[in-house]
Design a protein around this ligand. Structure first.
Ligand code: PGA
Length: 258
């Protein structure tokens, strides 16, 4: 079995002001400097990417990557309001989110656009976190695994096996995001295992499928992180609300260390 380095992302969403973003980046990077053996990234709002990148770069032993919550897949041109991958790379962004439930269900992004974005980001040399997850009514109808598999298979269409080392999957049940409710460790493990089996048997084979990291997201806090992250197919998490407090986020990252 390959060892997968756990990965924890802090999705700040549309929160904080500039001074708060700088202060949070400083505290998170200081708390996590020189380890632990977990990959960590923060995803600030666009206007603060440059500030946060600068702050992270100044912390000695910084281990926190700079991520972006969104982008547009076209290289440049008349796309009012959009931000390109080259612009993000210019600011030192290393990893991008694609397919987050808020972009799927609030903004209305479809699987075709999500797949286009995944391929564009990989072709640009970036790392991608592809988010999938079922809504409450889909869970109640017993469709959790089918929805997850469909979103992942659509999202990864055309992705080459050798690009998969730069892809992380985030399983985030929509009903658990920002609600204080989270999947039980056993339910989350079951969903993660089914995703991994789809990666192995449906898409990329054993070696690649076992090596891909699958994060859990949805109301993860320091208090419940350990029981989720010790499940065999859960390789860290994608954290929203709890990533806005440096101490809490650092504790969650440390809980992911194997
Ligand atoms: P939450 O958000 O931790 O606030 O539930 C998770 C996410 O949206 O990634």
């Amino acid at each position: 079995m390959p060892t997968r380095k756990p990965f924890v992302g802090g999705n700040w969403k549309m929160n904080l002001n500039r001074a708060e973003a700088r202060a949070l980046a400083q505290s998170v990077a200081s708390a996590l400097a020189n380890g632990p053996a977990v990959e960590a990234a923060v995803f600030p709002p666009f206007p603060y990417l440059s500030d946060v990148g600068e702050v992270l770069g100044k912390v000695p032993g910084n281990a926190v990557k700079l991520g972006a919550q969104d982008f547009y897949h076209q290289p440049n041109g008349a796309f009012t309001g959009e931000v390109s991958l080259a612009m993000l790379k210019d600011l030192g962004v290393q990893v991008v989110l694609v397919g987050h439930s808020e972009r799927r269900h609030v903004i209305g992004e479809c699987d075709v656009l999500i797949n286009t974005k995944v391929r564009a980001a990989l072709d640009a040399g970036l790392e991608v976190i592809l988010c999938v997850g079922e809504k409450l009514e889909q869970r109640e109808l017993g469709q959790t695994d089918a929805i997850n598999a469909a979103q992942m298979v659509y999202g990864l269409a055309g992705v080459k096996p050798e690009q998969m080392s730069r892809v992380t999957i985030a399983y985030e049940p929509v009903w658990a995001i920002g609600t204080g409710k989270n999947a039980t460790p056993a339910d989350a493990q079951s969903a993660h295992r089914r995703l991994r089996e789809t990666l192995i048997h449906g898409l990329f084979g054993q070696a690649v499928g076992e090596a891909v990291r699958i994060q859990y997201g949805g109301s993860v806090k320091a208090a419940n992180a350990k029981e989720l992250f010790t499940q065999p197919d859960i390789d860290g998490g994608l954290i929203g609300g709890a990533s806005l407090k440096a101490e809490e986020f650092a504790a969650i990252v440390k809980a992911a260390a194997k």
